[in-house]
Write a protein of this length. Sequence first.
Length: 510
Amino acid sequence: MVTASPRREDSAGTARTLHHWSGGQRLEGASGRFSEVTNPATGAVTAHLPLATEDEAAAVIAAAKAAFPGWRDTSLAKRVQVLFRFRELLNARSGELAELITAEHGKVLSDAAGEVARGQEVVEFACGMPHLLKGSATENASTGVDVHSVRQPLGVIGIVSPFNFPAMVPMWFFPIAIAAGNAVVLKPSEKVPSAALWLAELWREAGLPDGVFNVLNGDKTAVDALLTSPDVKSISFVGSTPIARYVYETATAHGKRVQALGGAKNHMVVLPDADLDLAADQAVNAGFGSAGERCMAISALVAVGDIADDLVAKIAERTRGLRTGDGRRSCDMGPLITRASRDRVSGYVDGGEADGATVVVDGRAGEFDADGEGFFVGPTLLDHVRTDMGVYTDEIFGPVLSVVRVETYEQAVDLINANPYGNGTALFTHDGGAARRFQNEVEVGMIGVNVPVPVPMAYYSFGGWKNSLFGDTHAHGTEGVHFFTRGKVVTTRWLDPSHAGLNLGFPQNG
């Protein structure tokens, strides 16, 4: 929600006014436009976020541009020392960041702590940048001619991150970008901005020079400023597929390299030989963790053969025992991010029921362990879902697990490959031959075998296929290092002092 000044406060009168972060210091918003930041477990407004104007966005980008030359020319050894200090500070204060995430996103504290830990893996990967940036050299490639390659930073990097992982997703990008010598402008989701501002202050404490890491808060005005500014050399984005397509098309039209990670509809295939207790446990974990607000959440469970009744019963038994409520109260699952998200998810369940799906576990109503009016939908299990139902075709981004029944392995693979998304998928089986065949045949970027959420470690790259990725480069890992750098090849000849004379012919190797 966007409001104009004066701004209302929550019932306790404690709502803060937030700011941007530019050139190593706070930059107060001057647009007069604000959005409300809420605690989704209570519905209370906790902060007012300034939404940047085009001029404010330009000022933040300019601060990054001014900082870039000095940081680019800082030695790798000194850059990595700052990364190591940042790592140590984040390790020491990770609990503080997790609490901040829970207060604005709503996910339970253990899940928020896991998010920070996964982001920290990329920081640790980036600490190896001296090795990752090593080029190659060939002596005497031609007579008296040497050739070597180097990788150099791009300049100002734009990052546009989603609400569901306010720390981890930005950390997929900025540790590598900064270690490689770039300057960063991060545009966090206006629903969860505080983690980005917290990280900015941590960078300052770690000794990062002013202007190398900046936070630009705002809405489409801020995003478009990053997409179109000639001073921004690349865009890293995570969000829904329609916006990912818009980001990719707009930014590439303005000459930028882009990695735009879009939506998903992740399938978990369970073969008849699988351990059904293990599969049920993992289906609940992957379907309802973080209230289903994960791009890698399992939202479609494909039961192969005659196991569906037993598997659905096991999942239902586990689901009914989950406690939903305030993430700070040791609940199993927290709220959805906004009231609109709650209503949208409930609407999908309504539609699925109307289309003939069986509502096995209904999360639309119930008692939730929270104070105030939170944005809750409990874990929901639907059976006998058809592939023409909206609850199957659309990315719901909520705690709704749909069971689709098929007769054969081939039907399961065809179903996945026909889907327009290709982010992640999982196969549960004891059959190594089936698993090997599955990972070869399925048209998806990240695959798990008896692993429901196959998010790779930081030294591998993260990203899907088809409508789940726009651009050729995945996040972090080697692909991330290459995305934030450009290659140069240098050919040199040092002439002998006795060399003289002219030769106007085309150079020849010899």
